[in-house]
Design a protein around this ligand. Sequence first.
Ligand code: CA
Length: 505
Amino acid sequence: MKIGLTLAISFIAATTQAADKPNILYIMSDDHAAHGIGAYGGRLAAMNPTPTIDRLAQEGAIFRNAFCINSICTPSRASVLTGQYSHTSGVKTLSDKLPPERHTLAHGMNAAGYETAMIGKWHLKVEPSAFDFYTVLPGQGAYFNPTFRVRGPHSWPKNTITVGGYDSKHSSDAITDISLKWLKNRKEKDKPFFLMHHFKAPHDNFENAERYDFLWENTAIPEPESLWVRGNHGPQDRDQYGTSVGKRNSRRNMGDHMFIDDALTTAEYKREAYQRYLKKFLRCVRGVDDNIARLLKHLEKTGELDNTVIIYTSDQGFMLGEHDYIDKRWMYEESLRMPLIIRYPKAIKAGTEITALVNETDFAPSLLELAGVTEIPDTIQGRSLIPILESGGQEPADWRQATYYRYWMNMTHHDNPAHYGIRTKTHKLILFYGLPLDAKGALQDKIEPYWELYDLQSDPHEMNNVYNNPAYTKIQKTLKTLLKETKLKLGDTDEQYPALKALVN
Ligand code: CA
């Protein structure tokens, strides 16, 4: 009740002058790591994987330090919609639900006078009923011949229908076809639009459209050094933690997923698995990029390109062989970082570089401010990025100095112990507490808790855990205090989990 009341009050001021407001096109892919985007640099940039997304960055702003708060699909999507951390939204795992009345972003956009649509991957289980229009994949959805759930005569989730014309299509093409159709035929053209256009790609199992089958066929994809060298990364005595590219994790690895010949030597197996993994991933990425070009072309043709705020992001990052890891879930850089690029030439200078520490709880308040909402609901824990964008990248003096992260699904699916931590601009402190607590689907596996500390300035690839290094005693102490303060401020104090509290005190 309290939330509904807050929303009703806060959004009243925003209903006027809708016609003067910009359209908002929010494009989110699934598991598209920032280092799989040319504009972010890194070892894959020379392959030019994303010419269109790079154009958005060149003509707008790129956030270099944008992070997720829980690197897994459903909780991350809940955070985008609510502006909340997982412990607040209650969506900590893939099994948790977010009631439609708490889809804050959609309610706010409607109240601000927008025509709203949610198209593509949803993965939040309950009906996206707050949107004026939706066509969403059921669950993870299919890469080929996708079916969609639409608002219909039957109640959710029985309204799964095959939307005509997509029988032979790849999901990225089909989702874009649907968005273009909606943009052309939407009912309230006197209103600006808010479209959440969510690709399924490049989520596993990385199935690309046929036209990309030979892309980069004869290219050797550059490998990260840490594919081969572990260094002092992670727990030294627990090499079964985290699923792998090569044979390190005997239970689950990418070589298995990619049907690599088990008779190959360990090194050949890993090399072959990595190449096949990256090529499939990047071919899906190119499919995303080409479909974004279709959206831009439509906006250009209709004269709406510069009236539209275009956001590109992904629900989290992904480990592309760094430290021999696959998948996400980790608080390590490649999994933690979200791409975040925003183009809106009327307010954002081309080529703006932003290094402020931002996270996905900031998305909802930013989008609401763009939509003209003057009073952000107090349920939102993030903070609007608009002042940073408008000032060309200057962060307010009281901006956060650490971003908080927590992964709850202890040892589920990809063998990652439950953990939480903070990342500052210079360091990262993580406690792998390894307890299932009350997280749905978390495993009871017995994990010996451990800490990691990385000096991101001297060690950006997290090759050297300095937690036990005496030279870092002072920094460790400072970061532990900051972690404690951050948890207190965000209301994630773990009072209800005495076993966990005992580890920290
Ligand atoms: Ca995801």
